[in-house]
Design a protein around this ligand. Structure first.
Ligand SMILES: O=C(O)C(=O)C[C@H](O)C(=O)CO
Ligand SMILES: [Zn+2]
Length: 276
């Protein structure tokens, strides 16, 4: 499993585009008939994808974890971004359609991913962090998630934030997770931006049409940088960094946080007039 170490904000300001890509961009996670994971040293969050097409895939442990099984000391939040499939957790099978979320608590030993149709396979995006106790495994549909409608078409940022795993939703030890989708004509996420020194965050962008690009902004508010992303790529946001994006077409993204505090609204807003 690839391992990414932390970057200090004083070093970040000297990074080239390539260095930013190497240290924060997660590419090639979605690969047919594979589970691909990256271990980050940002609150030890693992970001990955399981893409069963012609075969089922079992979530195995990694040597990095020094654990008998993946969830021995971890919890995991999973969003299916594509065709219908199933996840079987210690013998119990959950059906997942597009944008459904499954939370699996610490201690579950066997997790098996499957697609219902190889011609339209499921793609499961995974976010896992250390956990100190077991919360119940729970499936949530987008219609059951707590929505927040933010922004306006006038400001090109009219979007719906569906919160799945948080203090008032699926309970977890430290994972907070949801999916943001855009109204037609809006392309700006998380603008105005914010910081949350208590939590790292990762964004996984999806549903971007072919040949279109995401432009993701990061860095301290007075030292911002950007990189271009493709569809189905993820980017890490350290606790000192804003995380905001725009795109050349409509898209959705999963956001997942780990650290302290499960309150979604715990954010320190950054006025756009202060960005540099
Ligand atoms: O569009 C947005 O704004 C978001 O989805 C923001 C994320 O939920 C976030 O950054 C939470 O901290
Ligand atoms: Zn955030």
């Amino acid at each position: 499993m690839k391992v990414l170490h932390q970057v200090h904000p004083e070093d970040f300001v000297n990074y080239t585009t390539q260095q930013i890509r190497d240290k924060f961009l997660l590419e090639n996670l979605v690969a047919p008939d594979k589970i691909e994971c990256v271990y980050t040293h940002y609150d030890r969050m693992i970001v990955g994808a399981a893409t069963p097409v012609t075969t089922t895939l079992k979530l195995e442990t990694y040597d990095n974890l020094k654990a008998d099984y993946f969830l021995e000391r971890r919890e995991i939040g999973i969003i299916n971004i594509a065709g219908n499939g199933t996840i079987t957790v210690d013998g119990e099978t959950f059906d997942l359609e597009k944008k459904d979320c499954l939370y699996i608590g610490k201690g579950k030993q066997e997790v098996i991913f499957a697609s219902k149709d190889a011609a339209d396979p499921a793609k499961y995006i995974l976010f896992s962090c250390p956990a100190h106790m077991e919360y119940p495994t729970r499936l949530m549909k987008p219609s059951e998630a707590l929505p927040a409608e933010l922004g306006s078409l006038e400001n090109n940022n009219h979007r719906v934030i569906n919160k799945y795993i948080h203090l008032d939703g699926i309970r977890s030890c430290q994972l907070v997770l949801g999916v943001t989708s855009f109204k037609a004509g809006s392309i700006w996420n998380t603008m105005p931006p914010h910081l949350h020194d208590r939590r790292m965050e990762s964004y996984f962008y999806f549903d971007l049409p072919e040949n279109q690009r995401i432009i993701h902004f990061m860095g301290q508010p007075h030292e911002t940088r950007h990189i271009f992303l493709n569809n189905e790529q993820a980017i890490l946001s350290p606790s000192w960094s804003i995380h905001s994006g725009t795109a050349t077409a409509n898209y959705s993204f999963i956001w997942a946080m780990a650290g302290e505090n499960l309150v979604f609204t715990d954010m320190d807003p950054v006025p756009t007039t202060e960005l540099q």
